[in-house]
Design a protein around this ligand. Structure first.
Ligand SMILES: Nc1ncnc2c1ncn2[C@@H]1O[C@H](COP(=O)(O)OP(=O)(O)OP(=O)(O)O)[C@@H](O)[C@H]1O
Length: 373
């Protein structure tokens, strides 16, 4: 449980942040300069807020009214930065155990468990200079976990990595987010990472938190387009793998009544998966089409149509109890006489599905309460 309600000022930035989540992974998402690092520095105890409180799992780290302001050490927050900040002269093994030498409390977490979780077994004797950027970040995350943190803050841990290295490390983050057993505050300006990893999404914009809530609900909100980025507008579908067909290289995912077919998905039957589907990759038809190459076509009902003045309209559809988002031209909305409540067929190009997604263990972690910004 993470409960933050603070104000503060750094340079020209007035910060006013209010959000809470029930644990799991809470992502702090915002453009460059929005105040993400300033906010995490306040939570970590590096900058003192002017007012308010910060509570993690029932422990008050800061409360202006009660004059509580725990030191950085007493807060027990593991911090992973963009650059791994490892000790270059120490081996990976020594970097991992550094927190213990430095007189921090002995971790309750077993070293072997962390080595396994982050795939570090083959790296233990090497020095940081011989590791790839992704490997260094995995060691930094391991070191933070072994310091027995109450909260793990990850401040854009993939920002300095190229796409290939990001793809290497993301499966480890998937596992970490599901298995770490401690709350994680994940800072990012990549909606792809946020959609993949988080339970709760907090939007930070100009030092304010205009909205927060379960990640699927937040991505479905068309009023947050400016903050979350229209081009990347998407929706999340949660499902379970039911079948893998090696002959055609297709995986069936049941999303609660309907089945999506996804190519080359690294999953086995029974796996819980999270699929991010971009609004621009979804088309609508007013009757079931025939003779199409698109394999994923489902019955859906229109829930809402945004009224924008540009050429495009954002449409939310209910599919098997979940929400899908489509971005089509306003001209098509008029031509097809689309309106709220109308039954349609949604068409999703199979190849458009982001196939490495895995669902974190918690699916509903925020209280859902929001503040107008
Ligand atoms: N110590 C400081 N003195 C003056 N201004 C500061 C200070 N720290 C941050 N700022 C300003 O506050 C704003 C928010 O900075 P911050 O680093 O928190 O943003 P961010 O969202 O983390 O950005 P990025 O994604 O680029 O790292 C910026 O305009 C920055 O210049």
């Amino acid at each position: 449980m993470l409960d933050v309600d603070i104000t503060g000022r750094v340079g020209q930035l007035d910060l006013e942040a209010r959000f809470n989540s029930r644990g799991g992974v809470t992502s702090l998402f915002g453009q460059s300069g929005a105040g993400k690092t300033t906010l995490t520095n306040m939570i970590a105890g590096l900058i003192k807020p002017l007012s308010g409180h910060i509570t993690v799992n029932g422990t008050t780290l800061f409360d202006a009214n009660k004059s509580i302001n725990l030191s950085v050490q007493a807060r027990r927050i593991g911090h992973v930065f963009q650059d791994a900040r490892l000790f270059p002269h120490l081996s990976v093994a020594s970097n991992l155990t550094y927190a213990r030498w430095a007189g921090r409390r002995p971790g309750t977490r077993d070293m072997a468990e962390v080595v396994d979780l982050l795939g570090l077994a083959g790296l233990l004797e090497r020095k940081p200079g011989t590791l790839s950027g992704g490997e260094r970040q995995r060691v930094a995350i391991g070191r933070a976990l072994l310091s027995d943190p109450r909260l793990l803050i990850m401040d854009e841990p993939l920002a300095n990595l190229d796409q290939a290295r990001r793809n290497d490390i993301l499966p480890y983050l998937d596992r970490l987010c599901v298995e770490a057993g401690i709350p994680i505050l994940y800072v990012s300006h990549s909606i792809e990472e946020v959609a993949r990893l988080s339970n709760t999404l907090v939007i930070l914009s100009d030092g304010r938190t205009p909205a927060f809530g379960p990640v699927a609900d937040m991505l479905a909100r068309t009023d947050l387009g400016r903050a979350t980025g229209r081009h990347e507008a998407s929706a999340l579908l949660e499902g379970t793998v039911t079948r893998c067909d090696p002959d055609w290289g297709l995986t069936d995912v049941d999303i609660g009544g309907a089945t999506l077919q996804i190519p080359d998905m690294a999953a086995v039957p029974g796996d819980a998966v999270r699929l991010r589907i971009r609004a621009r990759d979804v088309a609508l038809a007013v009757k079931p089409p025939e003779g199409l190459s698109i394999r994923n076509a489902f019955a859906a009902t229109i829930r809402s149509i945004s009224s924008e003045s540009g050429p495009y309209a954002e449409i939310l559809c209910s599919v098997s109890g979940q929400v899908l988002r489509a971005r089509i031209t306003r001209a098509s909305v008029a031509d097809l006489d689309l309106h709220t409540g109308k039954d349609v067929t949604v068409l999703i190009k199979s190849v458009a599905i982001d196939r490495r997604q895995r669902a974190p263990a918690l699916s509903d972690t925020a209280t859902g309460e929001e503040f107008a910004g």
